[in-house]
Design a protein. Sequence first.
Length: 408
Amino acid sequence: MKPLGPIPQGYEAVEGALAVDGISVTDLIERAGGTPLFVYSSGLIRSRVAELRAAMPDRLAIHYAVKANPYNPVLGLFSQLVDGFDIASGGELAMVREAGIDCARVSFAGPGKRDEELEAAILAGVTLNLESEAEADRAFSIAEAVGIAPRLAIRVNPDFDLKGSGMKMGGGAKPFGIDAERVPALARRVIGSGAEWRGFHIFAGSQALDAEAIAETQAQTLLLAGQLAQETGVPLPHCNLGGGFGIPYFPGDQPLDIALIGSLLAERFAELPPALADTDFCIELGRYLIGEAGVYLTRIVDRKESHGEIFLITDGGLHHQLAASGNFGTVVRRNYPAAIATRFGTEVEEEASIVGCLCTPLDRLADKAGFPRAEVGDVVAIFCAGAYGASASPSAFLGQGPAKEMLV
Ligand SMILES: *Cc1c(COP(=O)(O)O)cnc(C)c1O
């Protein structure tokens, strides 16, 4: 038997079935009108943000990275809970506006911004995190054409990366940001252009579970921001320190020690150089804020045996939960946390593989793991489905279409 990832805290059984915010999956599925279904828990999101705020220095603002989960009711909930939003496309700009979020709280990073996207962002008062000198030139001319002083920050490609991170986004040659040594010259041009100067965005990586590595990266980020601000010759108004806070997905993964990160960051904040004395700092997080608050529910439509192995075949699959199938940025396929939701908390009775309904061997949600005996009609839960699920999976594949989504 292969192990499953750890089921996040906060899920319990109600009358033998998994419950989210106290409501059983059977009721949730009935409310939603069927499976496959993503359920997001507002209770778990709220407590996650509250715990994070309690651990971090007061001076640190918290931003939500919309690409983790742009579902409209989720954005509406986060608008009450976090200080800012980071978007990475014109499509996400439309989504935050649709959710009624004030664009003064929004910043827009990401390579390859088209002129229409730059213009929409400038008109809306969104802060642009410039990814190249050429993008800066286009932003200057669009701003002049529309007659608005743009709000501009520079995304810095740092000379370091986040150790142990699942996705490295800094250090060496990268399509993201502007190499650190070229930043002060561009910053002076931005300031000289009459734009509103919004400072630096320094993002070094994602999905790290090592608190000391994150703290070390934050310390390096502050050092770099201080040097670049000093070379620019103007105190830094704002600095986005990136994120990278990971969640446990796989067997053996341990939760991140945020108390340690918070106390080490408070020490760094106590000894900032003059160029950063009045800087507003933020971090931007996606999966840490919502990943564990989401569960993907899919119903078993067939149970079969082949060469002595049991296969539970579901009405969902990798077209909604690509990451759980191991095909979204993982090298070795390991099992996400999973359970038979309609027999939650019941003893393991057999080894089975949970597969999706797509006609490809890639479509495997749990491989040779231990479950209570499940029948056709039972519901499978895949946990850690709050981030990079619905919006990061190929829902058009094989004509299947998207899953339903629900915030409780
Ligand atoms: C993807 C991304 C994030 C969010 O990453 P998480 O791992 O979900 O926290 C934040 N900032 C930038 C620039 C990103 O590209």
